[in-house]
Design a binder for this molecule. Structure first.
Ligand SMILES: CC(C)(COP(=O)(O)OP(=O)(O)OC[C@H]1O[C@@H](n2cnc3c(N)ncnc32)[C@H](O)[C@@H]1OP(=O)(O)O)[C@@H](O)C(=O)NCCC(=O)NCCS
Length: 134
């Protein structure tokens, strides 16, 4: 059996892939906004948890712009990046990219920003590691 390496210590980016199936859409056959928000929140949760190596909660979602519709049958890539770290908070920028599986054409459809808070084992805010110098 092959060995699987331990994950990178503190990755600042995570990518979530999802297929848009009929139960993710609205009556127009495009991705339901609440579903997109759930996937964005999940990507923010993953990147912040991996970065802080602690449990995290969402404190804020803001400035979510749904600029273009995403269609049933598209592949969706949710790209989450930690762009700023406070004491216990982490700002995560999210891009939602739709990809046509047959042509490979990709378009940036939705963008947003989430604030995630690192918690200690008792559920209290706990310091997150500072971002490495650029
Ligand atoms: C997020 C939460 C842990 C913050 O608790 P708190 O007692 O306000 O903690 P603090 O005052 O010590 O603040 C901790 C950090 O959270 C940030 N914060 C708190 N509320 C915030 C908000 N609404 N938006 C952005 N940041 C917020 C503070 O600025 C602080 O950041 P810093 O340490 O980098 O300076 C608490 O409000 C909570 O549990 N909220 C519910 C979370 C949840 O259930 N999320 C799922 C939503 S469905």
């Amino acid at each position: 059996m092959s060995e699987i390496a331990t994950a990178e210590a503190r990755p600042t980016e995570a990518r979530l892939l999802q297929m848009v199936f009929p139960d993710h859409t609205n009556h127009l056959g495009t991705l339901f906004g609440g579903q997109a928000l759930a996937w964005m929140d999940m990507a923010a949760f993953i990147v912040a948890s991996r970065y802080a190596r602690s449990t995290v909660v969402t404190a804020r979602s803001e400035q979510v712009d749904f600029n273009q519709p995403i269609h049933k049958g598209d592949l969706v890539e949710v790209i989450a990046k930690i762009v700023k770290v406070g004491r216990t908070s982490m700002q995560v920028e999210i891009d939602v990219v739709a990809e046509d599986l047959l042509s490979g054409a990709r378009k940036l459809c939705t963008q947003g920003r989430f604030t995630m808070i690192a918690l200690d084992p008792l559920g209290r805010p706990t310091p997150a590691p500072p971002l490495p110098a650029a």
